[in-house]
Design a protein around this ligand. Structure first.
Ligand code: SF4
Length: 91
């Protein structure tokens, strides 16, 4: 007989309740669209990273984003490009 293992989704996502970014608009972490000028994007991303730097669940957030291969936005203080580099270094 096969054993059914229930996946505990709650424990994997409850860190979000302590997310520092909850007090900020998502646009700060994801940008408006692809037309965002590079100079403005850099300023926005730096500001978002400052929020992440003071976040209590930064490690959990980054681990989640890396494990799910989140393709967009700032997660755990890293941009999507920085996360891809991080993942390549781990291989
Ligand atoms: S690390 Fe940054 S993106 Fe992740 S939960 Fe904290 S503030 Fe939000």
């Amino acid at each position: 007989m096969r054993e059914t293992v229930l996946h505990d989704v709650t424990s994997e996502t409850e860190w979000r309740e302590q997310a520092g970014c909850r007090a900020y608009p998502p646009i700060l972490f994801f940008g408006a669209d692809d037309s965002e000028p590079q100079s403005e994007r850099r300023i926005r991303e730096d500001e978002a990273k400052q929020v992440c730097a003071g976040c209590l669940v930064r490690q959990e957030c980054l681990a989640y984003a890396l494990s799910t291969r989140e393709a967009y936005g700032i997660w755990g203080g890293l941009t999507e490009v920085e996360r891809r580099v991080h993942l390549r270094k781990r291989i």
